[in-house]
Write a protein of this length. Structure first.
Length: 200
């Protein structure tokens, strides 16, 4: 099975036909898809200027989508290296019990679904790398009351999500499932209350 870098080379290789280059970009999302496969694909297509169903997009647009994905992946891989180093140090210092961020991180190892968007057509509009930087910054500071990506306070608790955890606070503005560790207990309670109001 080809890895991310091997697939990226296939996307860039002008000797490959467009169908293979497009397919290879889609396959990259099996290795790294911050919003989930479908939402990340929709995001990359809209940012690079071709349709999700376009079977022969311009090669330059495919490469632009790949470059955005690669930049975001580099941000996430750097975070994972720092995360692993921190956990090693904590274990060395006798802190064996992982915290809530660690529990969340275990579900997103490798970067799949880091900022899960349950509705593939609703996702942040900014660059993937910037979205991940904002999310990482939120994970490294005290919990807040709003979405770490778009700073909107409209959070609604959703059930039956197509990703683990299967329920959680969803930003009504940018569509991400907000990681619980970045929100205060009050913000989580408010999101649950908003869910009840929406259901009523």
């Amino acid at each position: 099975m080809a890895g991310f870098r091997s697939l990226a080379r296939q996307v860039r290789d002008p000797r490959n036909d467009l169908a293979l280059r497009r397919y290879s970009l889609r396959k990259c999302l099996e290795r790294f898809a911050p919003y989930g496969h479908r939402a990340t694909w929709d995001h990359l297509c809209s940012r690079a200027g071709f349709g999700p169903e376009d079977r022969s997009p311009e090669p330059a647009r495919l490469v632009a989508a790949l470059e955005e994905l690669e930049e975001a992946r580099a941000v996430w891989l750097a975070y994972e290296v720092a995360f692993a180093e921190r956990r090693r140090k904590e274990k060395h210092d006798g802190l064996r019990r992982p915290g809530t961020v660690d529990d969340w991180h275990r579900l997103t190892w490798g970067g799949f679904g880091v900022a899960w968007c349950d509705d593939p057509s609703v996702h942040p509009t900014g660059a993937l790398a910037e979205v991940l930087r904002r999310l990482i910054a939120a994970l490294e500071r005290d919990p807040g009351a709003c979405c770490p990506v778009c700073a909107d306070s409209g959070l609604v608790w959703m059930h039956d999500l197509a990703h683990e955890p299967s329920s959680g606070p969803v930003c009504t503005h940018c569509g991400i499932v907000v990681p619980r560790p970045v929100l205060t207990a009050e913000a989580l309670t408010e999101a649950r209350r908003a869910r009840l109001l929406v259901s009523a």
